[in-house]
Design a protein around this ligand. Structure first.
Ligand code: SAM
Length: 272
């Protein structure tokens, strides 16, 4: 049994987490164990998860909870710091970080709506310490129509993170785009079933560089990418694709249509 799952079981108060979360957390959090860190959980219910974090991370970790329900304040007698507030309010986040400063880990287990998840993420990015992370739980709500989530939608949390993927890629100079606070801060995104992890970089990120070794040997190899000839025996059997691959430029519009028709089949294959 993993240490985090043991801590979950040992918590004196009620907690609710999906079964797949424990292995993910056990792996993600290793580097923080026993360290002097600040962890914030949004949405604390009866407080069971706060005890779990404390037990798992150790006595040096400061555990802070954010909850809409004012009764959660009672958990302060157990050594946790509790802030009463609404995660979908940008004003709440501003005053919260003004009071507590930068944190190491933010775990969002609040109301799970698009606005709540997106506000929490964007308002927190600048307040996560280098090497820290933001974890959004229950991201399956981005695909849920029922229970008021009204997704999938253009405005779902997961759709929002697709924009972050593009912004991260702006670090590549081939895109010729300016870097913004997201491209400079977010190192990577990890997706799991119902959990999205936003990894904050250890230092300010900049444009990437294309590095070459053995410069003297450059141009020794012939780049076959755009050659029309195709050596695949399989393709030779098919007349139309043979014609395309031999006669049509691989950069042409027609070739793109041909490629997309194959990709479409792969999309179908993986989404069924
Ligand atoms: C699933 S429960 C949290 C469970 C807890 N994290 C655990 O693991 O046992 C969700 C909590 O989020 C709180 N919540 C819902 N909307 C919120 C919001 N807008 N801001 C802050 N907390 C919210 C609810 O009151 C509820 O206590």
């Amino acid at each position: 049994m993993s240490k985090i799952f043991k801590s979950f079981k040992a918590s004196p108060k009620y907690s609710i987490k999906w079964s797949n979360y424990f292995d993910i957390y056990e792996n993600l959090f290793q580097k923080f164990l026993k360290k002097k860190i600040k962890i914030v959980e949004v949405g604390i219910g009866d407080g069971g998860s706060l005890f779990m974090w404390k037990n798992f991370f150790g006595k040096n970790a400061k555990i802070i909870g954010i909850e809409l329900n004012p009764e959660a304040k009672n958990l302060e007698k157990n050594g946790f710091k509790i802030y009463n507030g609404d995660q979908s309010s940008s004003d709440f986040w501003k005053s919260f970080y003004k009071k507590i400063g930068k944190i190491d880990i933010l775990i969002d287990d609040g109301g799970h709506t698009n606005l709540q998840q997106i506000t929490t993420l964007v308002e927190s990015i600048n307040f996560i310490k280098p090497g820290g992370m933001i974890i959004i739980e229950d991201t399956h709500t981005s695909f849920m129509k029922n229970k008021g989530f009204r997704n999938p939608s253009k405005y779902s949390f997961i759709n929002f993170t697709l924009s972050i993927i593009e912004i991260i890629h702006r670090r590549n100079p081939n895109l010729n785009k300016k870097l913004n606070f997201i491209s400079k801060k977010i190192n990577s995104i990890e997706y799991y079933d119902s959990i999205t992890v936003i990894n904050i970089a250890k230092k300010r990120l900049n444009k990437s560089k294309n590095l070459e070794n053995n410069k003297k040997l450059r141009n020794y190899f012939v780049d076959y990418r755009y050659k029309r000839k195709n050596f695949s025996k399989e393709i030779k059997k098919k007349k139309f694709s043979n014609f395309l691959t031999k006669k049509i430029s691989k950069r042409s519009y027609l070739y793109r249509i041909y490629e997309n028709s194959i990709i479409k089949k792969y999309f179908k294959l993986i989404t069924n």
